[in-house]
Write a protein that binds this ligand. Sequence first.
Ligand SMILES: Cc1cc2nc3c(=O)[nH]c(=O)nc-3n(C[C@H](O)[C@H](O)[C@H](O)COP(=O)(O)O)c2cc1C
Length: 227
Amino acid sequence: MKRTMTIALLMLMAIGQQAQGKKMLVTYFSWSNNTKALAEEIQRQTGADIYRIEPREAYTTDYNTLAYSIANAEKDAGARPALKDTLRTMNDYDIVFVGCPVWWFDALMIIHSFLECEDYGGFRGKTIVPFCTFFTATYQTLQDIVTATPEANHLDGLGLRGASTYSEATVKEWLDRIGISDIVAGIEAIDNGPLTIDNSVFDLQGRRVNVEAKGLYIRNGKKMLMK
Ligand SMILES: Cc1cc2nc3c(=O)[nH]c(=O)nc-3n(C[C@H](O)[C@H](O)[C@H](O)COP(=O)(O)O)c2cc1C
């Protein structure tokens, strides 16, 4: 009994290390802090690190000047405004959330500066998860982020009407649907393929079992969800 408990404990420790294996980062630009609030809710539910994308030259706080002089001129020119800084640890992350407000129906131009930044290598091999906030609709914004990162993998994005707080349930439903919640929990979903002798499966009490029912098991030190 004591030995079984020790094995189970060792396995659970291995799972913890595995869950930490996928590093997540929430990146966002926000002018009036709606997207910041959504980014922080995502961070709260995932335990990801967070990074604010900022222009080298701060945007004016005057809406009319921003909207009708600056933002539309940047868009018309296809501008790439300079970034204030770059994140030196970007390479450490496997999953990168990228969020912004909708500006003139699209992701604003500084998001393109960020996504094209040489230091980030096109986010090659990483998984990009777009999100945005808007007043009327998401328009092209989520797709814009996907199109700008052709060498990355992508998960379905989330667009919500701009607000100062966001429903925990709405964000959770999205994270569940795109599989992020399972990753946070350290659960790996697998096909119901045949199991070999090297792939012995244990239940959460550390007993070797034949998998016949749906549920959570441990194989090779990893949690697996039999669906
Ligand atoms: C320059 C500018 C352009 C905008 N263009 C749009 C738009 O085309 N469609 C829309 O639904 N909302 C638009 N909005 C509203 C913002 O997308 C919305 O308020 C968002 O939640 C703001 O996010 P933030 O607080 O993170 O900056 C615009 C806002 C600004 C400042």
